[in-house]
Design a protein around this ligand. Structure first.
Ligand SMILES: Nc1nc2c(ncn2[C@@H]2O[C@H](COP(=O)(O)OP(=O)(O)OP(=O)(O)O)[C@@H](O)[C@H]2O)c(=O)[nH]1
Ligand SMILES: [Mg+2]
Length: 694
């Protein structure tokens, strides 16, 4: 049995999905987190159930990515049951989508989620009346506390066992519209398409000239032209199989023209349908929902009067973000130090043991100067990563991040971008890969491309970790905080500049309006904070022990052989030597150049490589950065920080950019842009600093 979770954005679909499947899809308090469909398998009463978590949508027209993904899924995969989730505290608009789902899916269960919030707001919902009005079962749930979730699933399974016809249309349409829908139905009834989609829905979409449906139709041959027995081979979702089929003109062209001349344009059909549905909802609503105190300000209203106020909003945001950064990158330093200390002791112990058993020198050196110097350098900022992600989850789940996006919209406007881009940009501080994927919520493809390409300019947590390690060594005390702030500021400025520049490049002239729903504040659940924190930290640790370990061994080999020569004559030294012509104007020695090259694969590798090349573990009391201070001036270090922050996105984010943009050209452009920009800015900083005598 296939069961799909559908609903408006931010109604708790992924929360339910996670509870039922035990997976860890992203959950947070703003709209548009799930951008891809995810599936999980569950067992109930000897039955294997595939549960699918879909992106939230407001309707099922085919205007934005998430709508297309969700609708395509329902049309092509035909789930047995749809679990339609509704936010009980905001039932009106939610029901609009439910009506659209009912047109398309034969078996539906409604989950009334956020019953706790509804109760708080003084809203009573008679779910039995709702069930009667729509002729579907309704289950009340509080997903955040796991209440009612199992019943919701049981309801879905029960509905799935019934063999039931598609629900008849409950919504009464005005006669003029109804007549035309039926005419179109007649015209389409004998086509193959009608065997694949609910006829009425098909007719309505044809009248609305739905673009996506049009495309699908083109590739489906008409029933009469084909041998019926072979039909089963052909799935409308598989264009490859249809390549050789002739294109069939969509039926109904003349009819549409006739309607057009009668004043029924595409828009008018769309409006008329939406209108009828909204009217229907407002007619049934007074029976179903009783709102005691609709005008009383809620907790969210009161908090927002401060947080969103044009006077206090920005200072509050500044304070909150400063606290997050201070805890993550300053206060966490002793923890990082403790990890380094622990690593140094383990290295000593293992090397002592190796000496005892007379292990070859090369092995001892590999362990000490390769593995521990490299992996250890990276592990030292695990505490920072964990603390940052914990704060980030807090902001996410409480609803503050959505407010920050709202406040950030003004800045986005300055860049000619959409407030929705803000989520992508802010997520970039965590990791650029999901941040680039988050651009899917942007409807305008050019805005989406711009947001994708500027994202790597925002330093992700691993990069911030490496940067703070270098900052701590070269600029101790409060100067360090200042340096860090200046770097972040530089990143912001370049993001702005690049957005404006890229608008020119892609010839974007449109300004799209920002419509975002501000979710009510929630008290974050422990699960929603700790689980993602642990997951991200764990995936980071895993990378340290797999990828970084391998890279450390490679770097150690490159920098140790040929044996017995000075370091700058080793393979790594030679490689760095070829690159010094680029590094020299920026004051970089060959070691830095090698580290920068390795950093392309994963940004942390830069630090592990530096750790090995500057021979940290040779003296365990020294940190990498301390070893570096001998080799570099503060100006050189600052230049390095600038270049390192900007120079290139890591391999994973390059691949993601390619997957999302589907353009090799734009992906290469992005890489080249970062590379050139970072070296130009680095050069300006270094030369400028020298002129100023720094
Ligand atoms: N108060 C309250 N909060 C809930 C409830 N269920 C979920 N939430 C919270 O609502 C927010 C949104 O939940 P998600 O599961 O991410 O919502 P979604 O429907 O998957 O959202 P998108 O993927 O963006 O469409 C999270 O902060 C949840 O913790 C509930 O019953 N009561
Ligand atoms: Mg979701």
């Amino acid at each position: 049995m296939k069961i799909a979770l559908m609903g408006n954005p931010n109604v708790g679909k992924s929360t339910v999905f996670n509870i039922l499947t035990g997976s860890n899809q992203q959950v947070g308090n703003w709209s548009g987190k799930t951008v891809e469909r995810k599936s999980g398998v569950i067992q109930r009463a000897n039955e294997e159930i595939e549960l699918i978590d879909l992106p939230g949508t407001y309707s099922l027209t085919a205007y934005s990515q998430e709508e297309i993904i969700t609708r395509e899924y329902i049309l092509r995969e035909k789930p047995d049951v749809v679990m339609a989730m509704v936010d009980a505290s905001n039932i009106e608009r939610n029901l609009y989508l439910v009506l659209q789902i009912l047109e398309l899916a034969p078996r539906v269960v409604i989950g009334l989620n956020m019953m706790d919030l509804a109760k708080h707001a003084g809203i009573t919902i008679h779910s039995n009346k709702l069930a009667l009005a729509l002729n579907v079962p309704v289950v009340e749930i509080v997903a955040a506390k796991g209440k009612g979730v199992e019943e919701f699933l049981t309801g879905a399974i029960r509905v799935g066992k019934f063999k039931k016809d598609p629900l008849l249309d409950q919504v009464p349409y005005p006669e003029e519209l109804e007549k035309r829908i039926q005419e179109m139905e007649l015209l389409l009834a004998d086509t193959l398409w009608a065997t694949r989609y609910p006829l009425r829905w098909l007719a309505m979409k044809r009248l609305e000239r739905d673009p996506e449906i049009g495309q699908t139709w083109k590739s489906i041959p008409q029933l009469s032209q084909r041998d019926k027995s072979k039909d089963s081979c052909c799935d409308p979702g598989d264009p490859v199989k249809y390549e050789l089929q002739e294109t069939v003109t969509l039926p109904g062209v003349e009819l549409l023209q006739a309607y057009e001349s009668e004043g029924w344009s595409q828009d008018r059909f769309e409006m008329a349908v939406a209108d009828a549905e909204y009217q229907y909802i407002s007619r049934i609503l007074p029976e179903i929902r009783i709102h005691e105190n609709p005008t009383k300000p809620t907790f969210t209203d009161i908090l927002d009067s401060w947080i969103l106020s044009s006077f206090w909003g920005y200072p509050i945001m500044f304070v909150i973000l400063s606290i997050v950064f201070w805890f993550s990158f300053v206060a966490s330093a002793p923890l990082g130090g403790a990890v380094s200390q622990g690593m140094a002791w383990s290295a000593d112990a293992i090397v002592a043991f190796l000496q005892q058993i007379n292990a070859p020198d090369a092995l001892q050196s590999l362990v000490r100067d390769g593995i521990f110097a490299g992996v250890g350098a990276v592990l030292a900022f695990v505490p920072q990563i964990a603390i940052f992600f914990a704060f980030f989850s807090l902001m996410q789940d409480s609803g503050y991040l959505a407010r920050a996006a709202f406040l950030g919209d003004r800045f986005m406007q300055l860049m000619g971008l959409h407030g929705k881009s803000f989520f992508s940009l802010v997520s970039g501080f965590g990791c650029n890969v999901p941040a680039i994927m988050a651009t899917r919520t942007l409807e305008n493809p050019k805005d989406r491309l711009i947001t994708m390409l500027i994202n790597p300019l925002i330093p992700c947590v691993p990069r911030l970790g490496v940067m703070s390690a270098v900052v701590a060594a070269f600029f101790p005390g409060s100067r360090g905080a200042l340096v860090m702030v200046s770097l972040l500021l530089l990143s912001m400025i370049l993001v702005m500049f690049s957005a404006l520049f890229l608008r020119r490049v892609v010839k974007q002239t449109e300004h799209s309006a920002f419509v975002m729903e501000l979710p009510p504040y929630h008290i974050p659940t422990l699960r929603n904070v700790l689980l993602p924190t642990w997951q991200k930290t764990y995936s980071f640790l895993k990378r340290a022990w797999t990828y970084i370990l391998a890279a450390s061994i490679v770097v150690w080999v490159l920098s140790s052989y040929p044996q017995g020569v000075p370091m700058n004559a080793t393979w790594a030294g030679k490689m760095g030597g070829w690159l010094t012509f680029i590094g020299e104007p920026l004051g970089f020695d060959w070691k830095i150049m090698v580290a920068i090259v390795f950093g392309f694969t994963a940004k942390e590798t830069t630090l592990s490589t530096l750790g090995i090349l500057y021979g940290v573990a040779a003296d365990a009391s020294q940190s990498i950065a301390q070893a570096m201070t001998g080799a570099m001036t503060p100006l050189g270090a600052y230049t390095f920080l600038v270049v390192y922050m900007l120079y290139i996105p890591c391999l994973a984010s390059v691949i993601t950019t390619y997957k999302e943009s589907r353009s090799l050209g734009w992906t290469s452009f992005g890489v080249a842009y970062n590379l050139i920009l970072s070296f130009i800015i680095g050069w300006l900083v270094f030369q400028g600093g020298q002129v100023l005598g720094l």
